[in-house]
Design a protein around this ligand. Structure first.
Ligand SMILES: Nc1ncnc2c1ncn2[C@@H]1O[C@H](COP(=O)(O)OP(=O)(O)OP(=O)(O)O)[C@@H](O)[C@H]1O
Ligand SMILES: [Mg+2]
Length: 495
């Protein structure tokens, strides 16, 4: 008997039919993967199950009994927990407080801090995270924050655990720890709904896969039928090439040069490197190696402690992103919610933001031009939105990521910095982004990107720097690139 069933779930938003009579059922101890392109309706379905959004139509049953999940509290009572795609935690609270937020254990009406501390310690141990529960959330790197979100859901003792892209900010080590937890939960008869754009994870974990396309059920694969190509063709409704093709580039003159550049988190390690015109350079390394910090220094977010950055041979003063934009740099950041987007503003306004100075006519903002530019970008990146006026927070996660990209591309930078450019992006759209990086390089842009996805580093870079604890431990030319060579350098061994 299924533990949870949904039948005919329909959800409309202004201009969008997000879910159109969707069915789904899951049994105890089953890992059900739900996959689909950006905007297919996955997160919406899960928010309905978690009582965050109300369906327009359809029914939900638990143990064959119809239920009305009209609030998150009700979902928790029914044993349903959702790990959100976008982090949903409070920066200024401790780890323990976040884990118990809204359901603090009490004794005699008072919050029982000892119980919270103890419960949080257990939850952290379960996911293999060795940190003090009293740490403030904002002091943790984004990968650890994601793990806290998972610990929080685990600590509710849910019968149905929904994970919406849980590994998108995790290192491969952290992801492995999560898979162990999932297998353990499966053994304890928890039903797990697993959403991911990483199809290799789906292949490794899922007992069954259902595919959503344009808000409808587009197919289902049993354990023995789960294979990359089968999943992709059901997702996109056509056959797609399994892999993008990288064209090696003829590197031109040096555009970006770092001389003895010292990044604040690693004050003892001056960095020296250069990126040429038309070159795509990858930065590989384990989490904490300093990749994000390096990109932030280049973009003027965190001033360098020492050293210089030269663009076309000219030393630059990079005290702020404004300086960096003037120097011809753009950064697509890792954490789009914090640093990339103004969620309350329209798609067109976000895309036009960094280029505001270009959209002026006689001192007035030129909205017609801004809108035309935005429309062009929406086309170019196939951003799924009813129109350029849609508020960004109503777009699906992957489409928000594309807006971040559009925003910086619209500036036509000389140097494009990308931090995890395809996090949360579906297979089809990934290829579009890779093609775009190629196109930009072909027009002479110097592209520098940090990625934790080995395939992306191997597939996209003309040259790769590998970082370990703030050092560049080696540089690999395309011909010498291999997973082994990268891991060797990433773990701190010399070339
Ligand atoms: N609150 C909302 N208001 C308006 N439209 C919305 C809202 N939430 C979602 N949508 C729209 O519903 C559709 C489905 O979005 P959903 O977030 O469920 O996609 P998804 O499958 O999770 O995509 P992704 O892989 O990018 O996370 C999209 O077109 C999205 O823009
Ligand atoms: Mg989603």
């Amino acid at each position: 008997m299924p533990l949870l069933q949904v039948r005919g779930i329909t959800k409309r938003f202004p201009g969008v039919l997000a879910l159109d009579a969707v069915d789904m059922a899951i049994e105890p101890g089953e890992v059900l993967a739900v996959i689909g392109e950006n905007g297919a309706g996955k997160s919406t379905l899960m928010k309905i199950l978690a009582g965050i959004q109300a369906p327009d139509d359809g029914e939900m049953l638990i143990d064959d009994t119809p239920v009305d999940i009209d609030s998150p509290r009700r979902a928790t009572e029914l044993g349903i927990a959702l790990i959100h795609q976008e982090l949903n935690l409070c920066d200024n609270l401790t780890v323990a407080a976040n884990i118990y937020l809204g359901r603090e254990p009490r004794t005699f009406g008072l919050i029982d801090r000892a119980a919270i501390h103890q419960g949080a310690t257990i939850a952290l141990a379960q996911i293999g995270l060795a940190i003090d529960p009293n740490t403030l959330l904002r002091e943790l790197p984004i990968g650890h924050q994601q793990l806290i979100e998972i610990a929080k859901a685990l600590s509710t003792q849910a019968r149905v655990l929904i994970m919406d892209e849980p590994t998108s900010s995790l290192t491969s080590e952290e992801a492995k720890a999560l898979f162990t937890v999932i297998n353990d939960l499966r053994g304890r008869d928890v039903a797990i709904v697993y959403i991911s754009h990483r199809l290799s994870e789906v292949t490794a974990l899922a007992d069954r896969v259902i595919i959503l396309r344009d808000g409808q059920n587009a197919g289902e694969l049993a354990r023995t039928e789960i294979a990359h190509n089968a999943m992709v063709s059901l997702m996109v409704g056509r056959d797609v090439s399994q892999y993008y093709v990288h064209q090696p580039h003829e590197a031109g003159a040096i555009v970006l040069q770092a001389e003895d550049l010292v990044v604040p988190v690693w004050p003892k390690h001056p960095l020296n490197f250069s990126v040429h015109r038309g070159e795509i350079v990858g930065i590989a390394g384990l989490v904490g190696a300093g990749r994000t910090e390096l990109l932030q220094v280049l973009f003027g977010i965190a001033p360098a402690l020492a050293g210089r950055v030269l663009i076309d041979g000219e030393p630059q003063t990079l005290h702020s992103p404004v300086d960096a934009i003037r120097a011809g740099l753009a950064l697509v950041p890792e954490d789009r919610k914090q640093q990339g987007l103004i969620l309350e503003m329209a798609v067109a306004d976000n895309i036009g933001l960094p280029g505001l100075h270009r959209h002026h006519r006689m001192g007035f903002a030129d909205y017609a031009r801004q809108n035309a530019d935005a429309e062009a970008m929406i086309q170019r990146l196939s951003i799924r939105t009813p129109d350029a006026g849609q508020i960004v927070q109503f777009l699906s996660g992957g489409n928000q990521q594309k807006v971040v990209l559009a925003k910086w591309l619209a500036l036509e930078p000389r140097v494009l910095l990308l931090d995890e450019p395809t996090r949360g992006i579906d297979v089809g759209a990934k290829e579009e982004i890779y093609r775009l990086m190629e196109e930009l390089a072909a027009t002479g842009v110097a592209v520098l990107f940090a990625s934790s996805e080995m395939e992306e580093i191997l597939g996209m870079s003309d040259r790769t720097f590998v970082m370990h604890e703030g050092h560049i431990t080696g540089q690999l030319q395309r011909a010498d690139l291999s997973e082994e060579a990268i891991m060797h350098l990433a773990t701190g061994k010399a070339a």
